[in-house]
Design a binder for this molecule. Structure first.
Ligand code: AMP
Ligand code: MN
Ligand code: MN
Ligand code: MN
Length: 281
């Protein structure tokens, strides 16, 4: 069965390897009909993706993935779909978040250097290429410097939560991320909820509208469990691969995970409801 939908893709606008136009081309070749570009804390790749898909059978849904934290320092990622990218409140916050990513990246390089693993800022900056900078860019520079064997190795040993060069980011409350997406007339969805399901009821009260059920390598029992949770809370069940390009996450290609076409229809309806109603409700 050919997969038609992938609602979670990253491009060079954040920590993905492929440009938005390349992702559109790959998606077209794979027979996809609906994709969403969900870069970390930026909508900078969306215009390029929409332009590249113009006149084709592929629809690009404007998206974003915002990194937030709970009080317990757990990371929660909130996806936003059908967002109005011109929303000033959203863009101002995203810009501040990208600024804080820059500061954190500098602090990570300081810690690495103090531990005898100097990495050049210029190289990391070049890898980020003006986009939303993230730990994968640092990890790639560490692979190039032969300090680690792979991006995953860099995360396990240095950059991940238990790594010696872990530097926390400025805190963003997940409820604020949900509100910002609603303010931009978008549909807020909890990304890869596998380990953070206890936060769902609170996020629903804050206005969450969807749950990423068909995610990357989630197995059937987990998908069934999450689909049940989505039904229970009246949330749209979305999904996608979280494709970043080789070596950064597990997905091998856009569309590698099956997402039902009905997810797009349900998302679109949710977007209409958000657009018509009080965005805070
Ligand atoms: P950041 O956005 O700076 O917090 O970095 C998190 C990003 O790093 C995620 O969005 C993934 O793309 C990537 N990532 C996280 N863990 C790993 C890992 N173990 N191996 C490879 N990439 C990872
Ligand atoms: Mn990423
Ligand atoms: Mn994520
Ligand atoms: Mn992602």
């Amino acid at each position: 069965m050919t997969n038609r939908v992938d609602l979670h893709l990253h491009s060079t606008a954040s920590d993905g390897v492929h440009t938005p136009a390349e992702l559109v081309q790959m998606s077209l070749e794979l027979g996809l009909r609906f994709i969403s570009l969900t870069d970390h804390d930026t909508t900078g790749g969306i215009d390029e993706a929409i332009e590249a898909a113009r006149g084709t059978e592929l629809t690009v849904i404007p998206g974003v993935e915002m990194s937030a934290h709970t009080d317990g320092a757990f990371e929660l990622h909130i996806l936003g779909y059908y967002i109005d990218t011109r929303c000033q409140a959203l863009q101002e916050r995203l810009s501040a978040l990208r600024q804080s990513r820059l500061g954190r990246a500098h602090r990570v390089l300081d810690v690495l250097s103090r531990n005898g693993l100097p990495i050049s800022w210029d190289r990391v900056s070049e890898l980020a290429d003006g986009g939303s900078i993230g730990r994968p860019h640092i990890a790639q520079a560490m692979v190039e410097a032969e300090y680690v064997e792979s991006v995953d190795h860099a995360f396990r040993r240095y950059l991940g939560r238990t790594g010696i060069a872990y530097v926390p980011r400025d805190k963003l409350d997940p409820e604020e991320a949900v509100q910002l997406i609603l303010e931009a007339r978008g549909v807020p969805v909890l990304a890869h909820p596998g380990r953070v399901i206890e936060y769902i009821p609170g996020l629903v009260r804050a206005g969450l509208k969807g749950l990423e059920v068909y995610y990357n390598d989630y197995l059937e029992p987990e998908v069934r469990f999450l689909a049940g949770l989505a039904r229970k809370h009246g949330l749209v069940a979305t999904g996608g691969t979280d494709y970043h390009g080789d070596g950064i996450t597990t997905a091998s290609a856009p569309g590698a995970r099956h997402v039902p076409l009905s997810a797009v229809e349900a998302l679109r309806e949710a977007a209409e409801r958000v657009g018509q109603g009080d965005p805070r409700r």
